[in-house]
Design a protein around this ligand. Structure first.
Ligand SMILES: Nc1ncnc2c1ncn2[C@@H]1O[C@H](COP(=O)(O)OP(=O)(O)O)[C@@H](O)[C@H]1O
Ligand SMILES: [Mg+2]
Length: 237
């Protein structure tokens, strides 16, 4: 095969009929999920549904899950920014560790697209939660992965910044990456994702094109879909 991948076409992470117990709890039950190159998938569902566990399984972080190539797959965990004392640029540079290089071009590009370049010399423990979140995202982009696995990447962001990041993820998918993101912001999930996978109590409840996903998401939360045309915020044009 020819082209940018001389040896093989990249296979994005997948699980087939996976069941996982942690302690006495069944956390994933018969879960089948495959990410695809060129696709942005949102994982939605109530707290404790197994979203983080599924993402960690895809990242190869659970016992018995095969470890993917860290140059191909980047993972940004939920919450936790533990890089105190480092500058934003140094945190983003961590994304180059799998290559053992200190290539500056991917680091600069990552800071730029994540909107954090102006804070390059700021210490990550002295910036806002949303800014730190962008720095962690930029770290993942600096790896130039084929696959991005993100756990609630918009959690600390203001609404405009959240739309910014979602557009970046959509663009990244459209440029050919496989992007899988846990999202609690249902409006962002249905607006930006290609596909929505709904989890509940460790099971896949629905796996649908985003435009058809709202009823299944509502059901997972025990909610209803309203059709009230009330005012709402839209991203900038
Ligand atoms: N290491 C662990 N040991 C035992 N139970 C765990 C562990 N990690 C997660 N769980 C349990 O698995 C369930 C799913 O967790 P998680 O995947 O974090 O859910 P979500 O991200 O959807 O909120 C929760 O009930 C949680 O308490
Ligand atoms: Mg979680």
């Amino acid at each position: 095969m020819h082209g940018p991948y001389p040896t093989e076409t990249p296979q994005p992470p997948a699980l087939r009929d996976a069941t996982l117990s942690l302690g006495t709890r069944v956390v994933l039950q018969n879960v089948t999920f495959a990410s695809r190159m060129g696709e942005l998938v949102a994982l939605c569902g109530p707290n404790g549904a197994g979203k983080t566990t599924l993402l960690r399984a895809l990242a190869g972080l659970l016992p018995n899950s095969p470890a993917p190539d860290p140059r191909r797959v980047a993972y940004v965990p939920q919450g936790a920014h533990s890089a105190w004392g480092l500058t934003v640029a140094q945190v983003v540079m961590l994304g180059r560790i799998p290559y053992g290089d200190a290539a500056t071009a991917p680091v600069e590009r990552a800071m730029e697209i994540c909107g954090i370049a102006a804070l390059r010399d700021a210490r990550v423990d002295r910036i806002s939660g949303g800014e730190a979140r962008r720095a962690m995202l930029a770290r993942a982009f600096a790896t130039e992965p084929d696959v991005l696995l993100l756990d609630e990447p918009t959690a600390d962001l203001d609404p405009a910044a959240a739309h910014d990041i979602m557009r970046l993820l959509r663009r990244s998918a459209e440029a050919g990456k496989a992007v899988v993101t846990v999202l609690h912001a249902i409006d962002l999930a249905v607006q930006y994702a290609h596909r929505v996978v709904v989890l509940g109590e460790g099971r896949v409840l629905a796996d649908l094109p985003a435009e058809h996903a709202l009823p299944a998401i509502a059901a997972a939360f025990g909610m209803r879909v309203g059709h009230d045309p009330s005012p709402r915020l839209l991203p900038p044009p």
